[in-house]
Ligand binder design. Structure first.
Ligand SMILES: C[S@@+](CC[C@H](N)C(=O)[O-])C[C@H]1O[C@@H](n2cnc3c(N)ncnc32)[C@H](O)[C@@H]1O
Length: 204
């Protein structure tokens, strides 16, 4: 099955909306320099299915902040897949913030997706779940994001091969802030590539 067909199976009725988002990423996203030109061929697997792989880690009806959302990843694919979520896309850079606002309007998501300009460490709201991808290492994420989900929420991050080493490097910080970290392998569709998800929660 091609990645776009996998996405069609995962998204069902929302396929048209996710397809529109892929169009935006592949045109305006590239023109505005938010996506590399070579990404066009891998939008479905590397960006959409990869983002959707976090969906099962987010409880029903959660408030979510997607830190360092960039062109909207993983926040927008999650918002399209999960109409029960209220999502804030947090992004400090003006061009990305503008792109996010226009994209959310275009996709008809503005009722439950808010775009906010700023850095994680300057945000004073608390959410049920923090999501992120490709923003910082575990130590930095802990410092910036803990106040955004403490004491009852969690952080779920898409991570690469180095995540276990990053957890070792952050072990003192984790202990000091009484947080625990786990690495799970997740995927959005049985034929999709597996990816690593880091989950950080307060120790109970
Ligand atoms: C490599 S991009 C990843 C974008 C997107 N999450 C993705 O996976 O395609 C990193 C993003 O994090 C943002 N960023 C960097 N430091 C940040 C901070 N302290 N708080 C919030 N966002 C931050 C950058 O502006 C940038 O858009």
């Amino acid at each position: 099955m091609q990645p776009s067909e996998q996405a069609e199976a995962v998204y069902g009725d929302a396929y048209q909306t996710i397809n529109r988002y892929v169009d935006i990423l592949g045109t305006k996203g590239i023109e505005w320099g938010l996506m590399g030109p070579r990404e066009n061929d891998r939008l479905w697997d590397r960006h959409i299915l990869n983002s959707a792989a976090l969906a099962d880690l987010i409880p029903e009806g959660s408030t979510v902040v997607d830190v360092g959302s960039g062109a909207g990843l993983p926040g927008i694919p999650l918002a399209i897949l999960r109409p029960d979520l209220e999502i804030t896309l947090l992004e400090p850079l003006l061009r990305r913030f503008t792109f996010l606002g226009e994209t959310v309007d275009d996709l008809g998501l503005a009722k439950r997706v808010t775009v906010q300009r700023g850095r994680a460490e300057d945000c004073d709201q608390v959410f049920d779940v923090v999501t992120c991808r490709a923003v910082a290492n575990v130590s930095k994420l802990l410092g910036w994001c803990t106040p955004l989900f403490y004491p009852n929420g969690k952080l779920v991050a898409l991570k690469g091969e180095s995540v276990e080493q990053e957890i070792i490097d952050a072990s003192r910080r984790l202990e000091k802030s009484r947080m625990e970290a786990a690495v799970l392998t997740v995927r959005a569709h049985p034929e999709a590539e597996v990816t690593k998800a880091l989950v950080i929660t307060p120790v109970r």
